[in-house]
Design a protein. Structure first.
Length: 94
């Protein structure tokens, strides 16, 4: 089972993701941590005050992770990688 937890900032996405992952005994991943840890960005956009994500590297990483974790995983973040299919998408909001 592949789950994606998304929503606006500070709504508890990470908390919900960890609880779900513990319940189903699957890994919990945080998309921003992956991007920064693996260096999946091109640079920095001064106007938007954010990094420019290399989505192809991110998608390939997630596909490899998916292949290696047949039991599924729970991914969390504010952006949704549209080239990955999920069984469920959970939106957390206030």
């Amino acid at each position: 089972m592949k789950l994606y937890v998304t929503g606006t900032p500070a709504t508890g996405k990470s908390t919900v993701s960890v609880l779900i992952a513990e319940y189903f005994k699957i890994p919990s991943l945080e998309i921003n941590s992956i991007i920064f840890k693996e260096g999946f960005f091109w640079g920095y956009d001064i106007n938007r005050e954010s990094v420019i994500i290399d989505d192809e590297l991110l998608i390939n990483y997630l596909r490899d992770f998916d292949r290696d974790n047949s039991g599924g995983y729970c991914l969390t973040g504010a952006l949704i990688p549209v080239k990955i299919e999920f069984d469920y998408i959970i939106v957390v909001k206030c």
